[in-house]
Design a protein around this ligand. Structure first.
Ligand code: ZN
Length: 429
């Protein structure tokens, strides 16, 4: 602790304390790491930011990548690189602000909130929808949930992950065979914890509202709903055990130093194109070949074999956006007008719940060009209502959204999803 000036003792103790807390869990420590927000003025400044990935390999973790000048760029910088990176930004005239001053402080708060609610859950034998949960907790919730609602919900095992964990899908059905179907997946990027929590709340809500909410009841009389809550189980387990900010899956290959493939770059549609990376150490590494990852292949097999999916909704965080294909090119899809106006209606319905604003449009026009993504694959395989959400927030907490926001986020997202499902119900194809 050489070089820490007097008066810094409080911070020193805090640092030591948070380090001990983290060490006790065997977790990677992010003490002093910051999230910086850069508002690039033009394309030239954006490309200076893109250069950082090459200049500082595996040091700069983009939370919101360089996309277009109107969108902020958020990046997590390790404490040890802060001076260098800030100097780089300043020397190139890039204005930045500090969005998160010390990531570890937020991580500790998140851990403490989870521990607090876990004690409450154990003492009351209940499940708290306003808490984040581990993979084991979610899988045991699934078993109880299916057992208690077996008239409408069942559990399907669609495959195993790279590390051999079960990949599970909840099926909500009132009967019939191979009815027109709706797919929802959450957590394909493991650090986006708000998405799993939202999916769990929505699953519970479907059971509660069935028979009471006329619209949902009509949907379930004609269609089946499938929800994959933990689309990247290995990555998710790793976010709890080791690295809260892990995004990819956990696959490894002989002779390759870095682990993990970005499962939202591993789909066949536009595989390997712009907005994906061939470097295995990149956070957007697309993998050796399309569907090389079992987490993606099991969904492809399941949806293809079923053959009657009409809606696919893939849920991410963060940025507050609702988007439709394409991601891999600027080309418009044939029903762009319909998707655009449906997205507008869904975003309006979402806003009415808690006043949260979303932007919407095609992925390539709203966010950036991204290749090999879920919704492009869905669209190219005949699912014409294909949407991707980026849930709360816009960067105050980023991936570390406090658990107090789970229920409001789920409530508003549910209204948007209902709007999309209603449209599909009334526009059969
Ligand atoms: Zn994501």
């Amino acid at each position: 602790m050489l070089g820490v000036p007097r008066g810094g003792t409080g911070r020193q103790i805090l640092l030591v304390f948070s380090f001990m807390l983290a060490a006790a869990w065997g977790q990677m420590n992010f003490t002093g790491d910051q999230v910086l927000r850069v508002l690039a003025k033009d394309e030239e400044q954006l490309s200076l930011l893109r250069d950082l990935e090459g200049l500082k390999p595996q040091k700069v973790d983009f939370w919101r990548g360089p996309a277009r000048p109107s969108l902020p760029v958020d990046m997590r910088i390790p404490f040890s690189e802060l001076n260098d990176i800030k100097a780089y930004l300043e020397s190139h005239g890039l204005a930045y602000s500090v969005m998160i001053k010390d990531i570890q402080v937020l991580l500790n708060e998140e851990r403490e909130a989870m521990a607090r609610l876990r004690r409450l859950e154990r003492s009351t034998s209940s499940f708290s929808y306003s808490s984040y949960h581990t993979l084991e907790e979610i899988y045991s919730w699934i078993d109880n949930f299916v057992a208690e609602n077996s008239n409408i919900v069942s559990k399907i095992h669609i495959g195993n992950s790279f590390e051999n964990r079960s990949i599970l899908v909840l099926k909500f059905s009132t009967g019939g065979s191979r009815r027109p179907a709706i797919w929802i997946d959450t957590g394909i990027h493991s650090r986006e914890w708000i998405t799993h929590a939202t999916g769990i709340w929505i699953a519970k809500e479907i059971v509660i509202e069935f028979g009471k909410n006329g619209l949902l009841t009509n949907i379930l009389k004609a269609m089946d709903i499938f929800i994959e809550l933990v689309t990247n189980p290995d990555g998710f387990a790793f976010t709890h055990s080791m690295n809260r900010l892990w995004r990819k899956n956990k696959s490894s290959r002989p002779g390759i130093f870095c682990n993990g493939v970005d499962l939202n770059r591993n789909w066949k549609s536009g595989f390997g194109g712009n907005g994906s990376n061939s470097n295995p150490c990149s956070e957007t590494y697309h993998g050796p070949s399309p569907q090389s990852e079992p987490e993606v292949a099991s969904i492809v097999n399941f949806i293809t074999k079923h053959g009657n999916f009409k809606v696919l909704i893939s849920i991410h965080s963060y940025s507050q956006m609702l988007m439709y294909p394409y991601g891999h090119s600027m080309e418009s899809v044939s029903n762009e007008k319909e998707l655009h106006s449906l997205a507008q209606d869904a975003v309006k319905a979402l806003y009415q719940v808690h006043g949260i604003q979303y932007i919407f449009g095609s992925i390539s026009a709203t966010l950036y060009v991204a290749s090999g993504i879920t919704v492009d694959w869905a669209y190219d395989n005949g699912i014409k209502y294909a949407f991707s959400f980026e849930l709360r927030d816009t960067g105050r907490y980023g991936f570390l959204l406090p658990a107090t926001q789970i229920v409001p986020t789920a409530q508003e997202t549910w209204m948007a999803i209902l709007t999309i499902m209603k449209h599909a119900l009334h526009h059969p194809y």
